[in-house]
Write a protein that binds this ligand. Structure first.
Ligand code: NAD
Length: 460
């Protein structure tokens, strides 16, 4: 797509937006229904593409991709009228007589940029918010999940008027050009370095942004945790989608070396239970997205490192078996950047204090998790570890909630979405005071000012 064509598309959407075509609750509902129908119509093609790009089974494609989008659509559709109503606010004494209200205003033309790891869900879930809030949108799937990007493009071309919602495909350079065009809101999901580029570009025009980024999400396992349960939860959450999940447990901090060894033994048994004795031989199973990421991950494992448990790989199929590094040194290469693969370093610590200090010394993560039966430790964890969100005796599942805003903090992101938070992410709430011309309080006008002591009482 040429820069002129991109500018033309955005201009067309701006004209549509200003026509008011997206503003009524009925129009928003109709667009949400259209999105729901489009996905259902193209579901088989999307499943096939997800299998081709990431080796996802139909079960995973449903539960972690389209199923979550259907849920978001249903949730928004049901509550849309309520969310869209102006909200009353209190009016200060010095502004009386008058009434105060908050009016939800869609931003206008929105740009949604998605990554490759959940390439359907991470493109379409934000779109639900954009549509529900009354915007038009241009969505840009990740070129790295190429088959899925093509399936999504076909779906939008088939079902949507591009003046309302359009998909555009392209690489980093293309996306960079897209970001040079004026739009009213940018919603970006992806890596921290690209998030920085997006924010710099947005800053030039002061375009509002939501940044859904990544980072190293820690799991703390304290002395009181139920280890069998913990092992099953962590193995499930870590190796889902071959570890290519933004909120996957990145590394484990375990209170006590003996408990860490016990947990590792339980996780190894669980891996065999879930994936068999030879996970690489299985017909179905998630794979690493491409050769570049496969190389990046295998370089992390090195050769002949005795702390690597598992680590077998199949370069031809881009697969790495569920792998644990134990005991992991905090200086191990896997501890430098977000792992984003099926490799789990387990670091024993002497005390719960050590675990908390270790997590706090690092950039604020997208998610943090605690496994504990201790009420005191749970309270400390919640108050002392800053993160986007997370779970206690739970991993990953908070992301699947329509009732919890999902997003990072600091280097792991800016803003949040899901459920009502998605509506708010694409809405500007404008505050208005309405007064009557029939009554005029003149004391603020020059020459009529009362004493400061009288004003002090009035303003509180
Ligand atoms: P990425 O940042 O490389 O790419 C994301 C999008 O940005 C793609 O559409 C890509 O085309 C575009 N892009 C890439 N380089 C660009 C550039 N220089 N200028 C403009 N646009 C550019 O991320 P990825 O590799 O696709 O995804 C993995 C990352 O995303 C991980 O860090 C992961 O933690 C994060 N992530 C976060 C969430 C979340 O919800 N917070 C979800 C999934 C993934």
């Amino acid at each position: 797509m040429t820069p002129d064509a991109i500018a033309g598309l955005l201009q067309r959407q701006r004209t549509t937006f200003h026509s008011g075509a997206t503003r009524s609750v009925a129009a928003r509902r109709a667009l949400l229904d259209l999105l729901d129908a489009a996905i259902r119509r193209h579901e088989a093609a999307l499943f096939a593409a997800l299998k081709q790009d990431l080796g996802k089974s139909d079960f995973e494609a449903y539960t972690t991709e389209v199923g979550l989008v259907y849920k978001e659509i249903k949730h928004a559709r049901k509550r849309l009228a309520r969310w869209s109503r102006p909200r009353r606010a209190r009016t200060d004494l010095h502004n009386l007589p008058g009434s105060s209200r908050l009016y939800p205003e869609p931003y206008g033309v929105c740009l949604i940029i998605a990554p490759w790891n959940y390439p359907v869900q991470l493109l379409l879930s934000p779109l639900v918010g954009a549509i529900a809030a009354g915007n038009t949108a241009v969505v840009k799937p990740s070129e790295v999940a190429a088959a899925t990007a093509a399936a999504l493009q076909a779906m939008f071309d088939d079902c949507f008027d591009p003046a309302l919602v359009a998909a555009v495909c392209g690489d980093a350079e293309f996306t960079s050009r897209l970001l040079d065009e004026p739009c009213d809101k940018i919603f970006f999901t992806g890596s921290v370095p690209v998030g920085r580029i997006v924010m710099e570009k947005a800053a030039r025009r002061l375009t509002p942004v939501t940044l859904e980024l990544g980072g190293k999400s820690p799991v703390i396992v304290d002395h009181s945790a139920n280890l069998g349960y913990t092992a099953r939860k962590i193995v499930w959450g870590k190796y889902l989608n071959a570890g290519q999940t933004c909120v996957a447990p990145d590394y484990l901090l375990v209170e006590g070396a003996d408990r860490a060894a016990e947990l590792v033994a339980l996780m190894r048994t669980t891996i065999t239970e879930f994936y068999g004795t030879d996970p690489l031989a299985a017909e179905e199973g998630s794979r690493i997205i491409n050769g570049r990421h496969f190389q990046r991950l295998t370089a992390m494992l090195g050769d002949g490192d005795t702390s690597i448990l598992g680590g077998r790989r199949d370069a031809a199929r881009c697969r790495i078996e569920p792998t644990i590094i134990f005991p992991a040194d905090p200086a191990h290469p896997s501890m430098t950047d977000e792992i984003f693969g099926p490799i789990l370093p387990v670091i024993p610590r002497d005390s719960f204090d050590d675990c908390i200090a270790f997590a706090r010394e690092r950039p604020k993560p997208l998610a943090a998790y605690l496994f504990s039966e201790s009420r005191a430790n749970r309270a400390r964890f919640l108050s002392e570890v800053s993160c986007g969100g997370g779970g206690i005796n739970s991993v990953v599942l908070h992301v699947a909630s329509t009732h919890l805003p999902f997003g990072g903090v600091g280097p792991s992101g800016l803003g949040s979405y899901h459920g009502k938070a998605s509506f708010d992410a694409f809405t500007h709430w404008k505050g208005f005071l309405q007064q009557s011309s029939r009554f005029e309080l003149k004391i603020a006008y020059p020459g009529r000012e009362p004493s400061v002591s009288a004003v002090r009482k009035l303003m509180g």
